[in-house]
Design a binder for this molecule. Structure first.
Ligand SMILES: [Zn+2]
Length: 310
């Protein structure tokens, strides 16, 4: 009898772990980069950016889904009042806004002083929009997810961000959405992107769910990176459905970052930009393992059509 009860306990534990494996309690924070419009090659005038932004934000506004947008205030055709109009659309939808630098420089290619100055230059327009809602500028997202090519530069940049009062916004669900976004605007390719984008994104999500278990023994609250573009404006509802089907609920960046995983050591210093799950796995000395690449037709479309860095 005792053995049977013990057996029953084992079964209960098994079912509990199956429930977690099936996605119970999964969380994801959605972050959108390169506002007002990412480098998909689409039009950047105010009317087009306004229409694209309204489409992109509709699900967040209507379904009250938390989202944060990371802004490059110096990389668009918009004048300062156009920029404020677009930033206000985001704030009206309940979004938070963070700094993604003024002009999207690469810390691998310019001095730390010049890079820091670009961060500061990006603040004024953002602070103006945030102040009108009584909000403060809190988060910084590194362009290209490049945090510094050497330990010295990485530390210098982190010290600067700390002194300036920024919290870094990591990414765990990294992906190549920006490549699909370029393909989406290429002649004759839209239908294929509409069919294949969300399944590709799901393949990267599955990879990082498993990688999280390998690195932390559990699925941590994840942080998704996508870009502000026409493709995501159309396909975001399908992307959200994919997350819901996998058992996710949508949380704020602040809520995801409250998980202790985000306080674990991250000692990667180098020229690559990738998921924090890769950074933590490297720090722990684990063998490298990469997420699925986009197919060749997407990489070729991206190479042929991209004009602006992501
Ligand atoms: Zn970017």
């Amino acid at each position: 009898m005792t053995a049977r009860i013990a057996h029953l306990g084992w079964l209960v534990a098994l079912f509990a772990s199956v429930a977690v494996a099936a996605g119970e309690g999964r969380q994801v924070a959605i972050t959108i980069d390169d506002l007002p419009r990412g480098g998909d090659g689409g039009p950047g005038d105010l009317a087009d950016v306004r229409a694209m932004t309204q489409d992109l934000l509709r699900p967040f506004r209507k379904q009250r889904i938390p989202v944060i947008g990371f802004v490059n205030t110096g990389r668009s055709q918009l004048d300062s009042s156009g920029m404020q109009e677009i930033l206000n659309l985001w704030l009206d939808a309940g979004a938070e806004l963070g700094n993604h630098s003024y002009s999207h420089p690469d810390i691998n290619h310019i001095s730390l002083d010049a890079y820091a100055a670009d961060i500061v230059r990006g603040e004024a327009a953002l602070r103006e929009a945030l102040a009108s809602r009584g909000k403060k500028l809190e988060f910084y997202r590194h362009p290209f997810l490049h945090t510094g090519p050497t330990p010295e530069i990485k530390k210098g940049l982190q010290d600067f961000l700390d002194a300036r009062g920024y919290r870094v916004a990591p990414v765990t669900f990294d992906n190549a959405d920006y490549m699909y976004a370029v393909a989406y605007l290429r002649p004759g390719m839209r239908g294929r992107v509409q069919r294949e984008y969300v399944p590709y994104m799901e393949s990267t999500v599955e990879f990082f769910e498993r990688r999280s278990v390998e690195v932390f023994g559990r699925e941590i609250p994840q942080i998704l990176l996508i870009h502000a573009n026409a493709m995501n404006a159309e396909l975001l509802p399908a992307l959200l459905d994919m997350f819901r089907r996998r058992g996710y609920r949508f949380v704020t960046l602040d809520s995801a970052l409250a998980d202790p995983a985000y306080r674990s050591p991250e000692e990667y210093a180098g020229r690559n930009g990738f998921s924090w799950l890769h950074r933590w796995s490297k720090t722990k000395g684990m063998a490298a393992k990469g997420e699925p690449d986009p197919p060749e037709w997407v990489e070729q479309a991206f190479a042929a059509g991209s004009s602006v860095p992501r």
